[in-house]
Structures are given as structure tokens and as C-alpha cells.
Design a protein around this ligand. Structure first.
Ligand SMILES: [Mn+2]
Length: 314
């Protein structure tokens, strides 16, 4: 048999659990479909939550893809150049599976491009196992459940659809885990605020949205209880204001209590414009632009923050 060129499967930069698990799970699926030249990859360092997940299920950390030039690739969990691999424009994109808004990845040839508003990309991939009647082993079930619970914050995010809930219940049985117990342990592993600088907390899970030359950025830090992190609120806001100076019209940081599902939204940028988007009281600090707003029942960047923030780009 002729040697086939390796196909790298990867999610977005600052990879989260869905990006990493989707790559691993889809590689497993393709191998079951007799495509053996696929390799799950990542384009950044793992966060503590994802490390917990891979350890729990005994799965190797995907290889780091530093540059996509000339590579055959499958893109999961994103379809925007800005958050994709270095030189993805010069890669040969074979397929895209995603649950985010349609972005700006372009291809020369038509390719399979599946985009569905689901709780996680891993949920879309899980459906394929059913269509092709490919059994889902315990480990793969564990990874899919982890990805969905992570992206939907234990199924509480408004991005969760009924199909996702059914899927998680089914797969949790195969994985032999209690959804709540496992989910809490996983989120807790991701809430490591003590060992990070303010800048690391802001950039650990940070997304940039662009329209021409203007850009806004939104980071998110998951916490369990606000006490520890809010002791550092002024330090966090200062770092956010500093980061805005990199030509962002505004930068945001969601500090989200993943159990209580409430968010403190930090922002740096035009206060009047931000005020109009959220209509909330703003806490200010002497000598610091920007401020902090409390947003009860807000957990999802994609569903609850991004649509508002994107208005700043128009
Ligand atoms: Mn995702």
C-alpha cells in the first residue's frame, strides 16, 4: 500500500476540552472507518481541566502542530483563521466540523463542512458513530461526555440542545460515571486561579473577534465561588486594561462561577458603548479605565456575551 500523507486533526488555539477531545474522538472514528493516517493534534498548551480529563481516561496528549504549512488537516471546533493553526492558509484543509458561527476559513476545493448549533463539537462527532453504527468504547464515551459537560458548563449553557442531554445520559452510562459528580470534579480541576498571574488568567482562554482592522477580545476564567478571585479584581482589571492597548477597541474578561452560573464581566474600553450593551451598574476603580459588571445567570461566552460584544465591531 502506498504511503499516505498524515492528516492532522486539531481544534482552536488556547485549546479547551472540546477542541482536544473532538480531535481525539474524530481520529478514533476515522480509524474505525479504515483511515489510518490520521493524528489527533493540538495547536497550544492544554489547560488544567483538559489535563485532568486525559489523565482520567488514560489518553495521550495530542501532538503539538506548530505550523500547518503544506499539511493535510481536518479542523474541528473552530473555523476562523485567527484562532487556527499558524499558516493554516497554506494548509490543505480536508474537512471542518464545528459548532461556532461561520467564520473566515477559505478553501480552494469544496470540502465536507458540518456546522451545527450544538453544545459541543464532540456531540456532532458522536452522532456520526451512530450513523455508521460504530461502537463507542468506554474511553471515547468519557471524552465526549467531558467535552459536552465542559462546553455547556454541566449542560447549563443555553447552547445545550435536548439532543445533547440525551447523548450525555447515554454516554455517561457507557463511561460508567455519575454526570454531576464527574462534571464537578472536572470543572474543579480547571479552576486553578491561585497559581496564575492576572495576565495568564486573562489569556488562558481568550478569543479575539475581528472586523477588518478592528478587534475585540473576550477571555473567560471558570471559578467555583467568587471569593478567591475577586480579591484580585483590581489586579485583573489593570491587566485587562493593559492588554486592550494591543489595538483592541475593547477587551473583556468573564469570571464565571460554573456551579452557580453567574458571571462578573470585566471590561476595558469605551464605557458608554459597553454600558449600552449590558445595562448594568459598573464598578469602577480610581485611576483605571473600564470596570466590572455583575451578570446573573450568564455562563456562555458564545451564546450570551459574543453577540453583544460583536456589535462593537460594526
Ligand atoms: Mn467547542
Amino acid at each position: 500500500m502506498a504511503h499516505k500523507k498524515t492528516i492532522y486533526i486539531f481544534g482552536h488555539t488556547h485549546p479547551d476540552t472540546d477542541s482536544i477531545c473532538s480531535a481525539i474522538v474524530y481520529a478514533h472514528f476515522l480509524k474505525e472507518r479504515h483511515k489510518h493516517n490520521v493524528v489527533p493534534a493540538r495547536i497550544g498548551e492544554l489547560n488544567p481541566e483538559t489535563k485532568f480529563v486525559l489523565k482520567k481516561w488514560g489518553v495521550k496528549i495530542p501532538v503539538l502542530l506548530r505550523d500547518a504549512t503544506g499539511k493535510n488537516v481536518i479542523i474541528v471546533d473552530h473555523n476562523e483563521i485567527d484562532i487556527s493553526a499558524k499558516n493554516v492558509r497554506h494548509a490543505n484543509i480536508l474537512e471542518i466540523i464545528d459548532h461556532h458561527r461561520i467564520g473566515d476559513v477559505e478553501t480552494i476545493h469544496p470540502i465536507p463542512f458540518e456546522n451545527e448549533p450544538r453544545g459541543a463539537t464532540a456531540a456532532i462527532i458522536a452522532d456520526r458513530f451512530s450513523w455508521f453504527r460504530i461502537p463507542i468504547p468506554r474511553k471515547i464515551a468519557g471524552l465526549i461526555v467531558s467535552a459536552i459537560l465542559s462546553d455547556t458548563v454541566l449542560l447549563k449553557s443555553p447552547t445545550t440542545i435536548p439532543k445533547d442531554r440525551v447523548l450525555v445520559r447515554k454516554l455517561a452510562k457507557i463511561a460508567r460515571i455519575d454526570i454531576q459528580k464527574y462534571g464537578h470534579a472536572m470543572l474543579e480541576a480547571g479552576c486553578d486561579v491561585l497559581n496564575h498571574t492576572a495576565r495568564q488568567l486573562i489569556l488562558g482562554d481568550f478569543k479575539t473577534y475581528r472586523h477588518g482592522d478592528t478587534k475585540v477580545g473576550v477571555g473567560q476564567v471558570p471559578v467555583i465561588g467568587f471569593d478567591t478571585i475577586m480579591e484580585r479584581k483590581e489586579e485583573l482589571l489593570r491587566a485587562l486594561v493593559q492588554y486592550q492597548k494591543r489595538n483592541y477597541i475593547a477587551t473583556f474578561l468573564m469570571v464565571t462561577d460554573v456551579i452557580a452560573t453567574n458571571t462578573y464581566l470585566f471590561f476595558a474600553g469605551d464605557e458608554e458603548k459597553v454600558k449600552k450593551l449590558f445595562h448594568k451598574k459598573i464598578e469602577k476603580f480610581a485611576g483605571l479605565s473600564g470596570g466590572i459588571m455583575y451578570l446573573p445567570k450568564v455562563v456562555s461566552r458564545k451564546a450570551q456575551i459574543q453577540p453583544k460584544v460583536l456589535k462593537l465591531l460594526k
